[in-house]
Design a protein around this ligand. Structure first.
Ligand code: GLU
Length: 337
């Protein structure tokens, strides 16, 4: 995957972020770096998504002090789609604990498209991970609540706490997806047939469809990501949304599965946990440092924002975020070298 960042100096992830003004400058440069890449196609399998303005492009970094660095269309609204999977996973993981969720939902990459039925069939009906639809539907089914309405209220309140403001459903997106989500209904029925969903599968799909239709901005994604970067504390509101160990698990499943079939390439190039959605958003987390939210609707064939990947790759290098990058240590007195 060529993201055009070979010329950007690779800073290492240890140590602090650059100074505030330098972050502003690098966020602006990331936008300029990615803007010429107008290739890719806007998603149209959910009919209303096809109407998104392909020119929109916003990049926002929110650090763990709550400072925002935003350039471009960072207040443009779009439906959160698959990015919701990461945050609903965190809520369920908070509620049920590490072992139960790992057992019920899985953590391994499928190597297959996000809405694959085959992945489920090849794995004896056990969903492979919470970032693809089978595992995401199984995760939504585990959300606490005595009814679908209560589960929905938990999700809406939880994702709003991550964003630090009340998030609302885009009704048009919800209706458009609800009318065309036969495949997700089939996956939910298949999960039911394997005993993996104990609730009414269609009610689970309905809650999942609502969570995908929550309306967010690139700025929201950066705050949501910064909360996962900050041990579960929203750095803008100060609210502890989930526990620190929940963030750790959430980032692990994002790192292995967040960018559809390109998750390995993403990790190789960017070196950070992230999650993308078909409306063109990507949230990326630099643990202990910052969240990055990007929005640009044109997608690569796997469903990841083309400009969003480029801008994030630029920032990973220039801000020193890649968690796998190190410099040779300068031996100190008493060192064994
Ligand atoms: N609501 C979408 C679906 O389940 C999410 C797709 C995505 O963003 O990957 O089909």
């Amino acid at each position: 995957m060529d993201l055009g960042v070979e010329h950007v100096e690779q800073r290492v992830a240890t140590g602090p972020l650059p100074a505030q003004e330098e972050i502003d400058d690098l966020v602006a440069r990331a936008l300029t770096h990615a803007t010429p890449h107008g290739e890719g196609a806007v998603a149209d399998y959910i009919p209303v998504l096809a109407r998104a303005d392909p020119a929109l492009f916003g990049v926002c970094v929110v650090d763990v002090d709550g400072h925002a660095h935003a350039v471009g269309d960072t207040q443009a609204a779009f439906s959160v789609q698959s990015i919701s999977k990461a945050f609903v996973y965190a809520l369920v993981r908070e509620h049920l604990g590490h072992d139960v969720v790992a057992d019920r939902v899985g953590v391994n990459n499928t190597g297959l498209p996000f809405n694959s039925v085959m992945a489920l069939e090849l794995n004896g009906g056990h969903p492979l991970n919470p970032m693809v639809n089978a595992g995401a539907l199984a995760t939504t089914a585990l959300v606490p609540g005595a009814s679908a309405d209560e589960q929905w209220a938990t999700i809406q309140a939880g994702l709003s706490a991550f964003a630090g403001r009340p998030l609302e459903v885009d009704d048009e997106v919800y209706r458009s997806e609800a009318a065309t989500n036969q495949r997700n209904r089939a996956i939910a029925r298949l999960l039911e047939s394997y005993g993996r969903v104990e609730l009414d599968p269609l009610a689970v799909v309905d809650v999942y469809t609502r969570q995908c239709a929550l309306s967010v901005t690139a700025h929201d994604l950066a705050v949501m990501g910064a909360t996962l970067a900050d041990g579960g504390v929203n750095p803008v509101t100060g609210e502890q949304v989930v526990a620190a160990d929940v963030c750790r698990d959430t980032l692990a499943v994002m790192a292995t599965n967040g960018l559809y079939e390109r998750s390995g390439e993403w990790l190789l190039e960017i070196g950070l946990p992230g999650k993308s959605g078909v409306s063109g958003g990507i949230v990326t987390i630099a643990p202990g440092k910052a969240g990055i939210g990007v929005y640009s609707p044109r997608l690569d064939p796997a469903g990841n924002s083309v400009r969003g990947q480029r801008a994030t790759a630029y920032l990973s290098r220039a801000l020193g975020l890649n968690i796998f990058a190190s410099d040779a240590h300068v031996p100190t007195r008493g060192s064994h070298r």
